[in-house]
Design a protein around this ligand. Structure first.
Ligand SMILES: *[C@@H]1O[C@H](CO)[C@@H](O)[C@H](O)[C@H]1NC(C)=O
Length: 522
């Protein structure tokens, strides 16, 4: 009897403990120079805070909102030099892929170091009473930061703002067959001809070599410098990432091989509740009886940085149209702007795309923007500028809800107007956008809920080692079965040769014998 009473108390105590769990302490690390990465990261982190977890977020772009259970650890923009890459998005001639790659690699290589040097981060690392149960870190050329997991003795989750790539494959062990998984920077889709596949293989190989020979040793050095008493080596840290959240969804990207600890959560930042638009914008859009166009080149690229000829040409075209235009333009004034054009340095993009009068989105093709456009079923006029934008746009064009223009084509009134008119008058673009929207929205749970489920799963299962693939323990030859292919196929070939050889002898012998016996009977 006494035991039963004790047992019931015990159960009630634990039931209360579960219901009123204080939540876990989670550290989010989103130091990159792109505000869009933190838009994505903070959406997840705020979702976790709303579920009762205590969340801290390292970011270069604090939102400074008062949110329960949510604290921001601001670091100044650690990558000023990276902004130069983005600043003039359209110098005559533009930058080649190689130049971009080079500047991204060189400036990106100092990111982890600069983040860990920040006094506020150093205080966090050395403080005796700061503990975390989980680290969520973005994947963005900052591998040394994964050391924060072992530093706080906590499992590590990564979030890839650009979706799957070589980086996510290195952390998970997932295969990336270059025959149908396009490289982020190449601007191909999964349907590649021979030349594209050859190029894809070459770029993957070069990337892999740069990564293994230059990038990882460098990050390892940074890791050893800032975590001198580390319990795990850098290689062990890289092989112990519990979960990789991917900002993508197969209805917008392409089907590809993923492992169980890679989860697609593309669009988790899109608020599912309709927010009210600022009155002025609401009225402007409500009165757009001939439809409206939303124009934004995202958070990195400034449309005020476009060439003057292009801006003037676009203004002339907008002036000649009945549609109203919302243009995210960063300067205070825009000479020559007609009354049907409204400029602001910031727009609540998601709520604008939700407005039924918005018929078209002129975009740089960033992943957050394309996902929002798909969610709301709006066709795109896409002007990719750098990085993964070329691939995102190539996919949108192939799926049939976008037309691509280059930045130099914007200077032609004729081309710009023709493209706008085609997108606005041919119903196939908007019907395709609506069809893909329907397939994207058809998910068992909303992406944010999916992400939160898996994050909590990792917490509940202490890092969930059951998710990790043993692919991570294999070397190159083992992983690609080159050693076993050599032995197994090698022996088969050997056996076939031997059999063939003996058969030939045998056949020779029979004919030979016949001849001999024939001769005998004669
Ligand atoms: C891997 O991470 C888990 C926590 O997620 C930790 O308990 C374990 O010690 C780590 N092991 C290795 C070998 O890295």
């Amino acid at each position: 009897m006494r035991n039963t009473v004790f047992y019931s108390y015990f159960c009630i105590f634990f039931a209360i403990k579960i219901v009123f769990h204080d939540g876990y302490k989670i550290l989010g690390v989103f130091p990159s120079s792109s505000p869009s990465h933190y838009i994505l990261g903070s959406a997840l982190l705020k979702g976790l805070a709303a579920k009762g977890h205590k969340v801290s977020a390292i970011t270069a772009f604090p939102h400074n909102e008062q949110i329960e259970n949510y604290e921001e650890i601001p670091i100044p923009k650690v990558l000023e030099s990276f902004e130069d890459v983005l600043k003039d998005i359209e110098k005559p001639g533009g930058k080649s892929l190689l130049q971009y790659y080079n500047s991204i690699m060189t400036t990106g290589s100092t990111l982890s170091e600069k983040v860990l040097e920040q006094p506020i981060v150093q205080r966090l690392l050395t403080s005796k009473n700061r503990t975390f149960d989980l680290i969520i870190c973005e994947i963005y050329l900052n591998d040394a930061l994964y050391g924060l997991g072992q530093h706080f003795n906590a499992p590590l989750i990564t979030l890839s703002p650009m979706g799957s790539s070589l980086l996510s494959s290195i952390l998970s062990g997932a295969p990336i067959p270059p025959s149908f998984v396009p490289n982020i920077l190449l601007g191909s889709t999964d349907r590649m001809n021979f030349v594209e596949r050859a190029l894809n293989l070459a770029v993957l190989t070069v990337e892999n070599i740069i990564y293994q020979l230059y990038w990882l040793p460098y990050q390892s050095k940074v890791y050893n410098k800032f975590f001198p008493n580390a319990k795990l080596t850098f290689e062990e840290v890289m092989m112990n990432v519990s979960l990789i959240l991917l900002n993508q969804h197969f209805s917008i990207s392409n089907p590809e091989p993923l492992l169980q600890n890679m989860v697609e959560v593309g669009g988790l930042h899109i608020s599912r509740q309709k927010q009210l638009l600022p009155l002025e914008i609401q009225t402007f859009l409500d009165k757009a009886h001939d439809g409206a166009i939303y124009f934004s080149l995202g958070t990195n690229c400034k449309s005020s940085g476009l060439r003057m000829e292009a801006i003037e040409a676009m203004l002339r075209v907008f002036r000649s149209m009945k549609q109203r235009v919302l243009w995210k333009y960063e300067n205070a004034s825009l000479p020559g702007k007609s009354d049907n054009v409204l400029i602001r340095n910031w727009f609540p993009q998601n709520d604008i795309l939700a407005h039924p009068n918005v018929k078209l989105f002129i975009t740089h093709g960033g992943l957050l923007s394309t996902t929002e456009a798909v969610y709301h079923g709006k066709p795109l006029l896409a002007i990719p500028v750098l990085m993964d934008q070329f691939m995102n746009v190539a996919r949108a064009v192939e799926k049939g809800y976008a037309i691509k223009l280059s930045t130099s084509q914007l200077s032609s009134d004729d081309i710009f107007k023709r493209t706008l008119t085609e997108l606005l008058t041919d119903p196939k673009y908007s019907s395709k956008a609506k069809q893909i929207s329907a397939s994207y929205r058809d998910q068992p749970l909303e992406p944010l809920e999916v992400a939160i489920f898996w994050v909590e799963y990792v917490l509940r299962h202490k890092g969930a080692p059951q998710l990790l693939s043993t692919a991570l323990n294999l070397n190159f030859f083992q992983y690609h079965s080159l050693d076993t292919i050599a032995v197994v196929y090698g022996s088969v070939v050997l056996i076939l040769l031997l059999v063939g050889f003996s058969l030939k002898k045998f056949v020779n012998c029979i004919f030979g014998c016949k001849r001999i016996s024939k001769r005998k009977t004669e």
